[in-house]
Structures are given as structure tokens and as C-alpha cells.
Ligand binder design. Structure first.
Ligand code: G3H
Ligand code: 13P
Ligand code: ZN
Length: 314
């Protein structure tokens, strides 16, 4: 069942976070749905602009509605990740997405509000909800590069949410996208979350760049011919602490890419005579499902499916 992120956040707020997983293709889709059903978790499927051009937007939309039929027990939101205004409007009119992210965080505050508000008005008119962003994650965010973190300012967050009417807010607290997040100690600014929660009690916050980039995974990739150096990620033991401070959505993409890379490198290293993509896919799909189920335990969303289903029926 496709629901809005707002419906999921109402159940999760203050207790656990919903996993928001980026997918690009059929194998990830099958593994994603299987992993969430196995761990009885509600979840968010994230489709980025890059994914929509890689697998064609219509292919992805069709996969979402088909997965809904194949996995009738699944409760999930279909969400556009890091959209610009035009892509948001396209998704709002698609009839498949239940939520969009407008990322105008690289614009000055008033311009960010203006763009976000236009998307909010169009989305709400069609029953969708909107995630917006304030602050900049260090590194690459879609097409924009930030040399350093621009942390979200709590007083601006309060003003931004009230002016724009957005339904959730991505905050910059020191994470970044990709496999190279920290040099030395990781310092996540939970003090910023605390202050935002005081100013916006009950309002759902989002943490991007939350992959853990496990050392064991990177080591296995490198042992199978990879060359990933200096990788580091977010300590997943911080997820529940973030959830208590209002983080209801935690974005994970890179860790899933590492699973894909490890499975395929090891498979073709160990079985050099093989060339059928399905032989590797048959290993990847259950491995990806296992990865999703384990992540949901850390997020606290594992086991919450029946509770969410019951709440949705009320
Ligand atoms: O925030 C970025 C996500 O990891 C999506 O990445 O734009 O390469 O699909 P992508
Ligand atoms: P990671 O690169 O840490 O997986 O973050 C993904 C993300 O924030 C997608 O929007
Ligand atoms: Zn992101």
C-alpha cells in the first residue's frame, strides 16, 4: 500500500525512524521489498533524478505499482529524492509518488522559501507531502558542491517551516553523501536537532547522508579487487538518539551500493567462468534484503508494520 511519508511519520515521531532507501533497478526493488517484509517494517522508496534518468522515470513508476501488487503486505511511500522544481511537478502529476523532496537549499533563504512554497501548494492540492531542506551537506548534493558543512540554523528552520508550509525538513548536522564522510572523529551536531525540536515540537526532521560505510564491507570489496580508500560513515548506534530528537526519516543509499559492489566483485572473482547476470542477481537480491532488514533493526522500524497498518485503518 502506497502511503504518504506524513502518515508514516505520525506513527514514528520520537520513537523510531523510517528507512528511506534509494533504488535504481529491478534487483534493488525486489531486495528492498523482500527485506522490509521480512523485517515487518514500513519504509520509504527514494527515487533520485539520477535514478529516473538511469532506469527511465516510467520504468521506476511502473516498478513501484507492480511491487505494490507483488508484495500486498508492504506499506511504503514513494518519494522523490533531491528534486528541483520541475522534477517535483512531474512527480506530483505522476499519480504514483506520494511525497517529493524539493531541494533548493543552495538558494538564499527567501528564494528557498518561495520555491518550496510553490511545490507545497501543488503537492498538497493533489494529496502529496513535501520534504524541504535548509543548510548544506558538505560535498555533492545533486548538482551542487559545498566545500564545507553549512549547518541548519534552528531559528531559520522555525521561520522556514512556517513560511513554506513544508511537511518535513532535512537538516544539515554534519553528515554528507557518499562513502567518505568524516576525516577523524565524527561529530554530528545533535545540539542543532535539540534546538530545532524545541522550536518545532512534533515536526518531522530528516537526516540525509546516513550510510554507515561498514569497514567489513569495504575490506571485502578491496579484497576482491576494489580500491576504496579512506572510507567512513555514520555510526548507526546514533539513529535512535536522532529519532528521539525528531528525526523520522533516515536516508541510505551508499551502503546499498556497497552491498551490490561486494556481491558482484566476489561472485565474478570466485566464479570466473560465469557470465549470466541472473546468477549474480540471485545472490544480490537476498543479500540486499538481508541488509535492509538489519538496517531496519537499527532504525527501530523493524516489527512496526502491524502497528502502522492498524493506525492507518482508524
Ligand atoms: O543524495 C543522493 C543520493 O545518494 C542519490 O544519488 O543522485 O547518484 O542517484 P544519485
Ligand atoms: P548516503 O550517501 O549516506 O547513503 O546518503 C544518501 C542520501 O542522503 C540520499 O538522499
Ligand atoms: Zn540526500
Amino acid at each position: 500500500m502506497i502511503v504518504t511519508t506524513k502518515q508514516l511519520f505520525q506513527q514514528a515521531y520520537g520513537k523510531y525512524a523510517i528507512g528511506a532507501y534509494n533504488i535504481n533497478n529491478l534487483e534493488q526493488t525486489m531486495g528492498l521489498f523482500k527485506g522490509n517484509i521480512d523485517s515487518k517494517a514500513p519504509f520509504i522508496v527514494q527515487l533520485s533524478k539520477g535514478a529516473r534518468s538511469y532506469s527511465h522515470k516510467l520504468m521506476l513508476e511502473t516498478m513501484m505499482t507492480t511491487a505494490d501488487q507483488i508484495f500486498p503486505d508492504a506499506i511504503f511511500a514513494v518519494h522523490l529524492d533531491h528534486g528541483d522544481e520541475a522534477t517535483c511537478m512531474d512527480c506530483i502529476n505522476s499519480g504514483v509518488y506520494s511525497s517529493v523532496m524539493i531541494d533548493a537549499s543552495h538558494e538564499p533563504l527567501e528564494k528557498n522559501i518561495e520555491i518550496t512554497k510553490r511545490v507545497v501548494d501543488a503537492a498538497h492540492a493533489k494529496g502529496l507531502v513535501v520534504e524541504a531542506e535548509l543548510g548544506l551537506l558538505k560535498g555533492i548534493e545533486e548538482d551542487v558542491h559545498a566545500a564545507d558543512h553549512v549547518y541548519t540554523k534552528p531559528e531559520e528552520a522555525e521561520y522556514f517551516v512556517k513560511q513554506s508550509g513544508c511537511d518535513s525538513l532535512a537538516c544539515a548536522i554534519g553528515t554528507s553523501h557518499g562513502a567518505f564522510k568524516f576525516h577523524g572523529d565524527q561529530k554530528l551536531r545533535f545540539d542543532i536537532l535539540e534546538e530545532i525540536q524545541k522550536r518545532l515540537p512534533g515536526f518531522p526532521l530528516v537526516m540525509h547522508g546516513s550510510s554507515s560505510v561498514p569497514k567489513e564491507e569495504v575490506d571485502r570489496i578491496n579484497a576482491a579487487g576494489g580500491n576504496i580508500k579512506g572510507a567512513s560513515g555514520v555510526d548507526a548506534r546514533q539513529f535512535l538518539g536522532a529519532a528521539k530528537l525528531g528525526v523520522t526519516k533516515i536516508n541510505i543509499d551508499t551502503d546499498g551500493r556497497l552491498v551490490w559492489c561486494r556481491v558482484h566483485r566476489e561472485f565474478f572473482r570466485d566464479q570466473p567462468e560465469k557470465f549470466d547476470l541472473r546468477d549474480a542477481g540471485k545472490i544480490f537480491i537476498p543479500e540486499y534484503a538481508k541488509f535492509i532488514a538489519a538496517k531496519n533493526v537499527l532504525l527501530g522500524s523493524a516489527g512496526k508494520l502491524d502497528e502502522v497498518r492498524a493506525a492507518l485503518k482508524k
